[in-house]
Structures are given as structure tokens and as C-alpha cells.
Design a protein around this ligand. Structure first.
Ligand code: 4NP
Length: 155
């Protein structure tokens, strides 16, 4: 059975699709499955934002086949690790949790780089075009650490 990791943001079209593509590229496919979801419902069934697709493509990662999903309570049982992009995603996901085990699965992703500092991956949706590049670099750096830890833990 594979280890399942879920990346969560608000819309599931900008940040978490990038996080899914990046982490997935760093893990062996036979042992790990990475997915993403949004806490909001606006983009269910949609492709990632064209700016996220283009940024990932620049680094040879294809996220164009991803489709938007909304985070649901059953995801607490489906996934072993849940990484959220920012503090508000954290609050929205935690609100749906029903016990401490579920709560403990949820981590703010950049805490892996800056422990306990609760640093957000900034939402690039309404920002400048280079926001996507900045988000990509942050996620690439933190996913190196996450992949290393996961591979070590599940060897
Ligand atoms: P994301 O960015 O959470 O990184 O996917 C957003 C995309 C869309 C919206 C908000 C954030 N929206 O309000 O539609």
C-alpha cells in the first residue's frame, strides 16, 4: 500500500497543484501517491491556473492533467500526511477534523523549513506574474526536505 500525501490550498488551482507536481517528482511512484485539494469549491473539476501550468512546465513538470477537488472530511482517513499552504487553509481544514489523530496529520508546509514559524506560501492568484516563480522556488525547496524525510521514514 502506498503512502498518501495531500497538498491543500484555497482554490486548488495555483499553489497546491504545484506542490503536488513538485513533491510527486521527488518520490518513487511505486511507494508514494501525492494529490491536492482546495478548501473552496469554486474550481472543482478545473485544470490548474495557466500560470501554474506554465511555471511547472519550465522545470519539466507536467501538472496539466490535474483537476480541481475540494477537501473533504474523508480525506483525513484517506491521507497519511496533509500539508496546507497557509494559516487560513490550516484553520479551514482543522475545523473539519473530528479527533486529535486527524488534527495531527495537518501541517503548515513551510514549517518543514522554518519550524513553528507558521510562514505562509503566499497566494499568487491576484498577484504579480513572478509570484508563481517565487511560489515554485519555495515549494521546490521545502519538498526536497519533505521527500527526504518521507523516503527515510518509509524505507
Ligand atoms: P490557490 O489560489 O489557493 O493557490 O489555488 C487561489 C485560486 C483561486 C481563488 C483563490 C485562491 N479564488 O478565489 O477563486
Amino acid at each position: 500500500m502506498s503512502v498518501k500525501i495531500l497538498m491543500v490550498c484555497l482554490g486548488n488551482i495555483c499553489r497546491s497543484p504545484l506542490a503536488e507536481g513538485i513533491l510527486s517528482s521527488k518520490l518513487p511512484k511505486d511507494k508514494f501517491r501525492v494529490d491536492s485539494a482546495g478548501t473552496g469549491s469554486w474550481h472543482i473539476g478545473q485544470s490548474p491556473d495557466v500560470r501554474s501550468i506554465a511555471t511547472a512546465k519550465k522545470y519539466d513538470i507536467d501538472i496539466s492533467n490535474q483537476r480541481g477537488k475540494q477537501f473533504q472530511k474523508s480525506d483525513f482517513e484517506t491521507y497519511d500526511y496533509i500539508y496546507v499552504m497557509d494559516q487560513s487553509n490550516y484553520e479551514n481544514v482543522i475545523e473539519l477534523s473530528e479527533n486529535p489523530d486527524q488534527k495531527n496529520k495537518v501541517k503548515i508546509i513551510l514549517d518543514e523549513l522554518f519550524p513553528n514559524e507558521n510562514v505562509d506560501v503566499p497566494d499568487p492568484y491576484f498577484g504579480l506574474p513572478n509570484g508563481f516563480e517565487i511560489v515554485y522556488k519555495m515549494l521546490d525547496e521545502v519538498c526536497d526536505i519533505i521527500a527526504e524525510k518521507l523516503i527515510e521514514k518509509h524505507r
